[in-house]
Design a protein around this ligand. Sequence first.
Ligand code: SF4
Ligand code: SF4
Ligand code: SF4
Length: 252
Amino acid sequence: MIRVAFLKLTSCSGCLNQSLVALLSNEELLGKFEFAYFTELGLLTEDYFDILFVEGSVSNSKQEKELREFRKKSKTLVALGTCAVQGGIQSLRSGEDVEEVKKTVYPFPDKIDIYSDPKPISDVVKVDFAITGCPINGDAVVNFLRKYDVGGLPLILPESVCCECKRNGLTCVMVAQGTPCLGPVTVSGCGALCPSFQRGCYGCYGLRTWDLDKTRLEKFFDKLLKLGAPESMIQVIARGYGYRSYKYVRRG
Ligand code: SF4
Ligand code: SF4
Ligand code: SF4
């Protein structure tokens, strides 16, 4: 049996729940894998794992130690969700005075042990595969397990949400309605969910940077601001969902 674990760090459990729902509707797959560690299901066997899925970013030294220990016990590690891959929405506090942030959010800030900047898990351990999204599409976990079962890994298409929009025959909300949309710079995988409801994408799958540089990105962000996008829309992708990519995107 292939042994699988799901570890949760700083996160909202949205990606774990998406995984669970998708897995529970695939009985044939459940029969091939042994779920050994999944705190939400009360499964807590910690010996070794063939596949370790990790949800969430790393917020303190205790989590960092736990992640390193789980990595040592696992053959393949999959970062699950934008928090794990990029740092996620909690990265919006990066660069701020962490003591002030704690005072704003918590009634007893002195009891909160957090780094000032959350870390994507690749800052701490080797990551073999990434499934992005906030939350992820649970089918991506099912696809990963199916491929793993036959000895491979899923193919990743390096494309933007716009490509999914076009394949699904959707009308572009930015062109047709002037609605600001981050789809052109956002990693695909959601099936263009927001444009299918006449909404602009706000970048929850993270920033697509492999063929973009900072100058082109900033020009695109300027266009969005001119279309009426709030500054917070740019901050959410540059400092939150796409935090890690934006930090390292090359200068134009
Ligand atoms: S990526 Fe989004 S849905 Fe998943 S754990 Fe993080 S905040 Fe929750
Ligand atoms: S609606 Fe957004 S994601 Fe879709 S094609 Fe237009 S810009 Fe791209
Ligand atoms: S369209 Fe954008 S914001 Fe909406 S689910 Fe997809 S990636 Fe996330």
